[in-house]
Design a protein. Structure first.
Length: 201
């Protein structure tokens, strides 16, 4: 992250300890030591308590702390709308599980179901039609990875979310993921429990 977006806050990593009135920070992954000016320490405190930094210098400092693994970005309390994206679901048979998956997705975003050479493609097709999902058929079974690649090629949006056919997502599942892409260096985001991890280019 080159700079924290305006209006965002920070959460210090659990490994970080502050010393000398907050002007010295130790921790991160890998561990390191960072020295701040008194003004930098005050700016960091503002970010930690939720007062966004309008100036470039504090936001750049925040970006460096995130890049060092010493802090994590916290989006505004009311992030913007979810950007356009397509959900890709690879499947091979298991039409009942697929029906539950598509019902949980709720039709909020376009869905591409990649039928990876099912033995009963008609059952998969009926489920897709019932839930308004587009079905893409693969003639030969290639596994989930190949099916995801096929699905991604069929998407017209910049963002693609991958969901397995035996997963039922909770309401608002994308809210904790898509905001990460406001950082132009982020290439992929994955949900891990209640947290998210980001992969940068």
């Amino acid at each position: 992250m080159t700079a924290l977006p305006e209006g965002w806050g920070l959460i210090l990593d659990r490994s970080v300890q502050g010393f000398c009135d907050g002007t010295v920070l130790a921790g991160g992954r890998p561990g390191r030591l960072v020295t701040l000016t008194p003004a930098g320490a005050r700016a960091l405190e503002d970010l930690l308590v939720g007062r966004g930094a309008p100036d470039a210098a504090p936001r750049a400092l925040a970006g460096r702390l995130v890049a060092a693994g010493m802090a994590h970005p916290r989006p505004p309390a009311r992030p913007g709308p979810t950007p356009p994206l397509t959900v890709v679901v690879p499947v091979r048979d298991r039409s009942e599980a697929l029906a539950r998956c598509l019902a949980a997705l709720g039709g909020t975003h376009p869905v591409v179901v990649v039928d990876d050479a099912s033995a009963d493609p008609g059952a998969v097709d009926r489920v897709c039609r019932a839930h308004g999902a587009r079905r893409v058929h693969r003639e030969a079974n290639g596994g989930p990875g190949a099916a995801r690649t096929t699905g991604m090629a069929a998407c017209a949006t910049d963002l693609v979310a991958f969901v397995d056919s035996d997963v039922t997502v909770p309401p608002g599942w994308l809210d904790h993921l898509t905001w990460c892409f406001e950082d132009p260096s982020v290439a992929a985001v994955a949900q891990i429990g209640r947290a998210s991890c980001r992969e940068r280019v």
